[in-house]
Design a protein around this ligand. Structure first.
Ligand SMILES: [Zn+2]
Length: 327
C-alpha cells in the first residue's frame, strides 16, 4: 500500500466530505455525515479513523469498516480510485473498527497442527479423517490444495482443520469440521472476530466475479474465486463487503438453500444499494453447495440470475392469497 500520513488521510476525507476537525483523541477525524445530512454544517458527527478509515456516525448509527461504502454512494469514481491508492490492500490495518478493541486477536493454528497429507495413516484419527473426506467426494489433491490438517488438542481433536490465508499469505482464520456424526458443534472456530476475515483471500481475484458461500466446506466444491462468509450475514461492517465495493467486484451469491427467501435477498439488496452487480445461484435442490458435485455447482453458477424483486414480491402475494383462501 501507499505510505500515507495522517495529513494525507485528512486531506482526502475533506475532499469527499468537506471541512472537518480532528477529534480530541487525535485518532479520529470528524466530518458532516452525508447520510443524516444535518442542516447545521457545524454538526460533525461522522467520526472517521485516520489510520484505517473505519467510521461511525453518532447520530444515525451508520458504521463501516472503511469509508468505501460512503464514497460509492456520495463520492465520485475518481475519489474511489484515490481511496484504493491510499487505503487499498491493508489487511492489518483494516482489522480495526471504531468502537471495537484495537488489539483484536488473530487466529493461530494449534502448535501441533499437522497436514493431513503427511500424517501417518496408521493413526486411527488420520484414517477417520480420510474416510470423512472421501465420503464428501474429496480427494488427496483437495487435501493438498486446501491444506487440511489435524491437531491432538482436545478442542480440535477428530476435526479437520481448514486454514485460510490473507492476500499477503498470512494465516487469517481456520475452521474445524467434526468428522464424527454426533459431535457438537459441527464446526468449531477460533475465538476471534470474524468481520475482518476474508476467507481464502490469497486465492481471490477481486476484479473478477467472486462467489460467496456460507461455510468453508461449501467452498471446496466451488470453482476458484470463492470466499466463505463464515455465516450468513454481510454488510458494511465486514471486510469482504468493503473489498467488493472498493474493487467494483461482481458477486454471485450461493448461500444455503434455506436462505433463498431470507438472507439471500437481504444481502443482494444490500449490495445493490451500492450498485454492485449481483447474481443469485439457486442451490435449493441440494441444500447447500457442500452437498453438490463440482459439475453441479458449475452448472448452477452458469444458470445464476440477476434478482428481480417484483417476482419475489408477487410470489409472496400469491402465497399470502393462497393462505387466505383456506379460511
Ligand atoms: Zn449519520
Amino acid at each position: 500500500m501507499a505510505i500515507r500520513s495522517v495529513s494525507d488521510s485528512i486531506a482526502f476525507y475533506e475532499s469527499v466530505f468537506g471541512k472537518g476537525r480532528i477529534s480530541a483523541n487525535g485518532i479520529n477525524f470528524d466530518v458532516r455525515c452525508p447520510i443524516c445530512a444535518p442542516s447545521d454544517p457545524s454538526k460533525k458527527k461522522l467520526s472517521i479513523r485516520t489510520d484505517t478509515s473505519a467510521n461511525h456516525c453518532w447520530v444515525c448509527g451508520f458504521k463501516s469498516r472503511s469509508i468505501a461504502p460512503l464514497i460509492r454512494k456520495y463520492g465520485t469514481q475518481s475519489q474511489l480510485s484515490a481511496f484504493k491508492d491510499l487505503f487499498g490492500l491493508n489487511d492489518q490495518a483494516s482489522q480495526l473498527v471504531t468502537g471495537e478493541r484495537e488489539d483484536e486477536r488473530r487466529a493461530v493454528l494449534p502448535p501441533d497442527f499437522q497436514l493431513l497429507t503427511v500424517a501417518p495413516v496408521s493413526d486411527p484419527d488420520v484414517k477417520a479423517a480420510w474416510r470423512y473426506l472421501v465420503g464428501r467426494g474429496l480427494t488427496e489433491k483437495d487435501a493438498w490444495y486446501f491444506k487440511f490438517g489435524l491437531s491432538n488438542e482436545p478442542r480440535w481433536k477428530r476435526r479437520i482443520l481448514m486454514p485460510s490465508f490473507d492476500a499477503s499469505g498470512n494465516l487469517n482464520y481456520f475452521t474445524a469440521r467434526a468428522i464424527d456424526k454426533d459431535r457438537k458443534p459441527k464446526y468449531d472456530n477460533p475465538d476471534v472476530d470474524k468481520n475482518p476475515v476474508v476467507f481464502n483471500d490469497i486465492n481471490l481475484v477481486w476484479t473478477k466475479q467472486v462467489v460467496l458461500v456460507e461455510g468453508p466446506f461449501d467452498l471446496v466444491k466451488c470453482p476458484e474465486n470463492t470466499t466463505a462468509l463464515l455465516g450468513s450475514d454481510l454488510d458494511e461492517r465486514h471486510e469482504i463487503f468493503n473489498k467488493i465495493l472498493i474493487n467494483n467486484t461482481p458477486v454471485a451469491l450461493a448461500l444455503d438453500g434455506d436462505m433463498w427467501e431470507t438472507k439471500t435477498p437481504k444481502i443482494a439488496k444490500k449490495l445493490q444499494e451500492y450498485d454492485v452487480d449481483v447474481k443469485l445461484v439457486d442451490v435449493r435442490p441440494w441444500g447447500d453447495p457442500g452437498n453438490m458435485s463440482r459439475f453441479e455447482f458449475e452448472k448452477a453458477l452458469s444458470e445464476s440470475i440477476r434478482p428481480t424483486w417484483e417476482d419475489a414480491f408477487a410470489h409472496r402475494l400469491k402465497k399470502a392469497a393462497s393462505f387466505n383462501l383456506r379460511f
